[in-house]
Design a protein. Structure first.
Lengths: 682, 259
């Protein structure tokens, strides 16, 4: 009791020692909301991932070299082996206590190729030319031909302007002559007699002058689409519908639809509006002005993609909103040259009056995509787009997770390029036919131990004796599939959604205990989230580093302050020792002073931090940024005070101050009574 | 009598081996660029070319597949066509080069795609240059890197740097045997990362009916893709050196291969 009162008197008598308490309070005031915010981010990301495809657990084959993921990361698609006998496993998984739903998945990186404006029009013309010769076919060809000729006339005018500014290579100049010819009516006279001949010229000499094509990414999760939509509560259909049962089809991530399939000019108009709503202006922001310039520069490409009807309607619409007639390209360029004064009006006119005449989206629900995985050896698979979807509250059209599309498993398996049993059997038969079966089984050779090549005498045939090969067209994948086809095929990973209150660890243990469970492995939402899950770990590491730096600062300043104070207290300590106080008691008293300062400071700091957190966020803060929405688990930030975390902050800060007090207390207690007296005399 | 027999056997053997020795005689050591021109010359046909390429691929995970591709080439017009004939699900797929356009044809969807000349062909890691005429001197500048002795044979090593950006490999290293035949080729990125290694296992010597010259054509090549570790043996069979119809190098011809 005496020791405590001595300690309290010591603290009260030396206001300079309160600096230590203030330091502790500052550290606790910063760390308390930090820890709470971290907890909110962790919980938000966990909910976001679990509710958008990752589930609580992902089951996969233990023999795989990769781990399952639900979003394509920088490393691409993980290397997974098919789950052994998935058809038998799935009902067992569903029956496990604590399991609410099981959804088979397969992650893939798809892409759709799109040619330039002329490529697209020529593809339509080629399709028309494939039809058997008839009056109707010729009439259609003439109509399409005239449309194309007008487009080529515009392309030729642009090319002429370009060649006035830049010297052309002779080979390009030759192609330019062909383009000019193709823009004149005489070139088209033989269209109905020799459409193929005309097409060969246009496709090989003219089309590339309109620029290169592009590959549009369509990353997807192969799954049972209907079950996926039911199992993940954030799934929200934006347009169209889900593929009917047993029908192959894709529901596109709405972010992909908006970012890659919406016309770039419209995307830039949207961006301009968004940025202006955030307070930026065209007058002050160069990036915004660049967007306007790019829109104007892309007018020729947009016009080239229009058919006659749309071009005429658009021209009339532009003349109406601008109040004067003119050429389509010039009017559109003028319309898109927006500034701060006219942007809002033009934006409204763009969507209200011009959009019906514009190819606003490159595809719409009901269209068929030719989907391919560029990195795999599979062929392109035609697949119908049934609609678009997003995960509710996870970043709208900016959110990474909303770029993922979902497609039926049968299509995903074909896209993967994995060989079917029939293809493997055929490959074996071909090895034999080619006389390669021995070599095919040989282990890979060393690339450094080569020998001079053999040279064999051979004789070439000097006449073509065989007819050119002709094939039955490889049958495109049917639009429907049977239940048997779906369930018997390979599955690479399955998301397990748990019932409320079930423990992921317990369910993982039950999965391992299933018959054949030793061939299975599981990962949690954090691993399945790949980079998204990893960012939470990174944030935790950053917070820990911040806490360590702050602790070091608190410890150093507290130790320094207390050492100075200890030197000033030599006389006092000496007197206490002279009246019979033991060194151990003095040491304890000084240590208690430090603890008291640290304890009171950190408690007050934690209360202050909690108050600041409450004041700053109140009932929640609306979050506009799509990526942040994902990490916070929704569009509103509601950080809850982490009670456990707050107690840990108080204990940790007090402990740091206590540690910092050790040396000053030891030095301060090492004063002999005689030294204090000498100091007093001096 | 007994002493003469070994001598006569030796002479007979020498007489029989003489043509082979003459053929294997080392060629003169040429300057790097002259060597590239020399290799191009002795590997180029004057006649139109048609051949059947059979290849089998072994992936790192053990998956294997076999393919058969028909190659049509007309040196005069720079036209080139690959038509996949086996396996069934890839039959009818093709790649067509007309002028400066490289078109990929997807047989299942009937769609065409204009590609760059550095792209991979027919869902494999082969590329256009693999089946085109040899164009080392046009595309690359060579630099000697000394000799490399492997299994007792000294091979000349050259580093080739691309002169244009249309080639598949911006950098290439070749090993050339004393007869000035390429034995090994390694393709690199511009930064020097290895992309692919080819070992020429054998050549076939074919008389070109148009020029009357003997041309050295690949017979079997082992190709290894570095990143995925996929290996492929490519065999060149059934060469026909006869004029090809100009219609072959059209989209319509390739489309008409499918019923």
């Amino acid at each position: 009791m005496t020791l405590w009162s001595l300690t309290v008197q010591g603290v009260l008598a030396r206001p300079r020692s309160w600096v230590v308490g203030l330091l502790a309070a500052g550290a606790a005031a910063l760390l308390t909301p930090g820890v709470s915010l971290m907890g909110t981010i962790h919980d938000g990301t966990r909910r976001s991932l679990i509710e958008s495809g990752a589930g609580d657990l992902q089951v996969y084959a233990a023999a795989s070299t990769g781990t399952p993921q639900v979003v394509v990361g920088p490393g691409g698609v993980p290397d997974l082996q098919p789950i052994p006998d998935y058809g038998a496993l799935e009902p067992r998984l569903r029956d496990l206590p604590g399991v609410q739903a099981v959804v088979p998945l397969e992650l893939g990186m798809g892409a759709v190729f799109r040619g330039n404006a002329l490529d697209e029009k020529l593809a339509v013309l080629r399709e028309a030319a494939r039809a058997p010769a008839s009056e109707e076919r010729d009439a259609r060809l003439r109509r399409l031909g005239e449309d194309l000729r007008l487009t080529l006339a515009r392309v030729a005018r642009n090319a002429d302007r370009r060649s006035e500014a830049f010297a052309e290579e002779p080979a390009f100049a030759d192609d330019l002559r062909v383009l000019r010819d193709a823009a004149e009516p005489p070139f088209w006279e033989r269209l109905t007699e020799d459409p193929q001949g005309l097409l060969e010229v246009l496709e090989n000499r003219v089309a590339r002058q309109a620029g290169e094509g592009e590959e549009l990414p369509v990353d997807y999760l192969g799954t049972d689409v209907a079950r996926f939509a039911r199992a993940f509560p954030r799934f929200e259909l934006v347009s169209g519908q889900l593929p009917p049962p047993g029908t192959r089809g894709l529901v596109m991530g709405h972010a992909t639809y908006e970012q890659h399939f919406k016309h770039p000019i419209a995307v830039r108009m949207d961006t301009l509006r968004r940025e202006r709503e955030r307070g930026l202006t065209l007058a002050e922001d160069e990036q915004l002005r660049t967007l306007v310039e790019r829109n104007v520069a892309e007018v020729p490409d947009l016009v080239a993609r229009l058919d006659i009807e749309r071009a005429t309607a658009l021209q009339a619409g532009l003349a109406r909103v601008l109040g004067e007639p003119g050429e389509l390209e010039a009017l559109l360029a003028r319309f898109l040259s927006v500034d701060d004064a006219n942007f809002d009006t033009r934006f409204g006119q763009f969507y209200g009056e011009l959009a019906p005449s514009l190819p606003l989206y490159r595809l719409k629900p009901g269209d068929v995509l030719s989907l391919k995985t560029p990195l795999e050896s599979g062929t392109a698979v035609p697949v119908r787009v049934f609609g678009t979807f997003r995960f509710r509250g996870l970043g709208g059209d900016d959110g990474r997770v909303n770029t993922m599309s979902v497609v039926d498993l049968v299509t995903a398996r074909h896209l993967s390029g994995r060989f079917t049993q029939a293809q493997q059997d055929e490959a074996r038969a071909l090895f034999e036919t080619f006389g390669m079966e021995g070599e095919a089984m040989a282990p890979p050779e060393s690339l450094d131990a080569f020998h001079p090549p053999d040279i064999v005498e051979a004789e070439a045939q000097t006449a073509h004796t065989e007819q050119a090969p002709v094939f039955e067209r490889a049958r495109a994948l049917p639009e429907t599939f049977s239940e048997d086809e779906l369930s018997r095929g390979t599955v690479l990973q399955a998301a397990v959604v748990l019932a409320p209150g079930a423990s992921a660890e317990d369910v993982a243990a039950r999965i391992r205990a299933l018959p054949g469970g030793e061939a299975l492995a599981t990962v949690g939402w954090q691993d399945a989230g790949g980079l998204l899950g990893g960012l939470v770990v990174m944030l935790q590491a950053v917070l820990l580093l911040f806490a360590l730096l702050m602790s070091s600062f608190v410890a150093l300043v507290a130790a320094g302050t207390l050492l100075l104070l200890a030197r000033e207290r030599v006389a006092e300590v000496g007197t206490l020792r002279a009246v019979g106080m033991q060194r151990r008691e003095v040491f304890t008293s000084l240590l208690l002073e430090g603890s008291l300062l640290g304890g009171i400071g950190s408690v007050l700091g934690a209360v202050l931090g909690a108050a600041l957190l409450w004041l700053a966020t109140g009932d929640g803060v609306a979050v506009e940024d799509g990526s942040l929405q994902f990490f916070l688990g929704g569009p509103v930030l509601r950080p809850a005070l982490a009670l456990g975390g707050t107690v840990a902050v108080v204990v940790a800060v007090t402990a740091v101050v206590l540690l910092a007090t050790l040396v000053p207390a030891w030095r301060g207690s090492a004063v002999a009574p005689i030294e204090a007296m000498r100091k007093g005399e001096g | 009598m007994n002493a003469r027999r070994p001598l006569s056997v030796l002479l007979l053997g020498w007489t029989l081996l003489l043509p082979a020795v003459a053929l294997a005689e080392a060629e003169p050591r040429l300057a790097p660029d002259a060597l590239l021109r020399h290799i191009d010359e002795k590997m180029s046909f004057t006649s139109d070319y048609k051949g059947v390429i059979r290849l089998y691929e072994t992936r790192k995970d053990g998956a294997k597949r076999a393919m058969e591709v028909h190659v049509y080439r007309r040196e005069a017009d720079n036209d080139l066509l690959f038509l996949s004939t086996k396996p069934r699900h890839l039959a009818g797929m093709g790649t067509l080069r007309i002028g400066r356009n490289l078109w990929d044809y997807e047989a299942t969807t009937g769609s065409w795609r204009r590609n760059t000349q550095r792209t991979n062909l027919l869902n494999t890691f082969t590329c256009e240059a693999d089946f085109d005429r040899s164009r080392l001197a046009e595309d690359y500048a060579g630099k000697d890197e000394g000799d490399d002795t492997v299994n007792g044979v000294a091979y000349r090593k050259l580093l080739l740097t691309a002169k244009n950006d249309q080639v598949t490999f911006p950098l290439m290293r070749i090993w050339v045997d004393p007869q000035n035949n390429i034995v090994k080729k390694v393709g690199y990125t511009a930064s020097g990362r290895t992309l692919r290694t080819d070992i020429v296992r054998s050549y076939q010597r074919i008389k070109d009916p148009l020029s009357g010259k003997h041309v050295l054509h690949y017979k079997e090549v082992l190709e290894t893709e570095e990143q995925e570790g996929t290996q492929m043996v490519v065999r060149y069979d059934e060469v026909v050196l006869a004029p090809l119809d100009a219609n072959i190098f059209t989209k319509a011809w390739l489309e008409s291969r499918l019923r």
